[in-house]
Design a protein around this ligand. Sequence first.
Ligand code: GDP
Length: 333
Amino acid sequence: MVVGESGLGKSTLINSLFLGDLYKNRKISDVQDRIEKTTTIEKKTMEIEERGVKLRLTIVDTPGFGDAINCEDSWRVCSAYVDEQFRQYFTDESGLNRRHMQDNRVHCCLYFVPPWAHSLRQVDLEMMRRLHRKVNIVVVIAKADSLTAAEVKRLKTRILNDLDEYQIQVYQFPECDSDEDEEFKQQDRELKAAAPFAVVASDTVLEIGGKRVRGRQYPWGIVDVENPRHSDFTKLRTMLISTHMQDLKDVTQDVHYENFRAQCISQISQHAMRERGKLKRDSMGNNTDVVFTDTDRLLLQKDEEIRRMQDMLTQMQQKLKASDKKHDSIIDV
Ligand code: GDP
């Protein structure tokens, strides 16, 4: 998923990253559209081949973010989209069609920060706060060719400080295995040191010294998007479709989706408890003979058990709080 203001180079970056042209027929909205528009989701699928492996990649673009003067709804649309994919997966997983399930969950959200920002803005913090517990956020600094090396460094430091201060959990690169070879370890260290990635994108192919490269031609020279001295483009590309693709999917499955699933199950069991309670009350009120099946009886027993455990939990929490207070007061003295 790509999130960021219009004009930051999201489509160009996606096309450069995956060497395609997903946005050929795009209509750029005029000013009136931009004022009225809220964020809309645009979904495109492309097939790429990486080291002989075919990958079906779905790009979810949020083209209107930041266009509308009122940005209120922007995060809602993105967040609802992520939830919807989880919900669909949960339904499929609980159904009979498990063999042919399609995983449309969002495994990575590329969040674009403009190069002219001094640090994360209110809108960035708000947006990330709504998304960081649902999806792996990877922050990128867009159009990094408009910044000097020192400015890139400064902006990266400020972004990292802001993420820390506002407790935004972006995607954490996993520890590198100790038995990996030295070259891989070095690559891993460089990758971690480069985040948040400062990227340059281009949909123009230029020739440098007889070699065809994607680049941006300026009066004073060429920016080669794949040159690591010019931008972190190659690092981002390598991590997304090679070194960290599986880990992104694993974190989605083990952390973000598990959170969603736990919430769903808790809601379902609360609903079931309410229904059973109603059934019990109705049957006592009407005094008609309600036939309890063995399953009903078992469920009621389970409900009772859950209620008892919740009571115990509440008691334990109260005890803990009380002992914490005691502790605090000791430190105060
Ligand atoms: P989107 O609205 O975020 O999808 O932005 P686009 O991909 O349509 O890009 C908007 C403009 O920015 C286009 O004119 C691009 O050529 C230009 N652009 C894209 N990437 C870069 C970049 O890395 N550096 C610079 N200087 N311009 C860029």
